[in-house]
Design a protein around this ligand. Sequence first.
Ligand code: RB5
Length: 146
Amino acid sequence: MRIITGSDHGGLSLKKVLVARLVTQGHEVRDVGTNDTASCDYPDFAVPVAQAVAAGEADFGLLVCGTGQGMAMTANRVPGVRAAVVGDTFTAKATRQHNDANVLCLGERVVGPGLAGDILDAFLSSTFEGGRHTGRVAKFTALEKK
Ligand code: RB5
């Protein structure tokens, strides 16, 4: 899969661990930064990741900050993006199956690298179930046009 990723300083260490995992698994990974520990602003990385996913330049986005929250709030303002903050494997699966999430947001200060890896695997290996969920996703997607 083509994965685009980004983090701020608060998510840099976890992002590095997850990028290595993705590369080992054979995924194509593009990292938009940050690349150092200097304090920076999460929207500067959430926006390019979200726009690339919305444009179909990547299959999924992976955003990491301290909590995942600021990344998701930013990414979800880009039409076509469905970003989810996830802290457990059940939700990782469900947000793909039910919400068709296309950007995974993680908090380095919340989840350890082991759990984060399992969450990432669960997210990427799950697929949208369609059916009754299609109309629900369409209902909130319609808000983008208002
Ligand atoms: C940075 O201190 C922190 O606010 C950021 O990484 C993130 O948690 C914001 O949502």
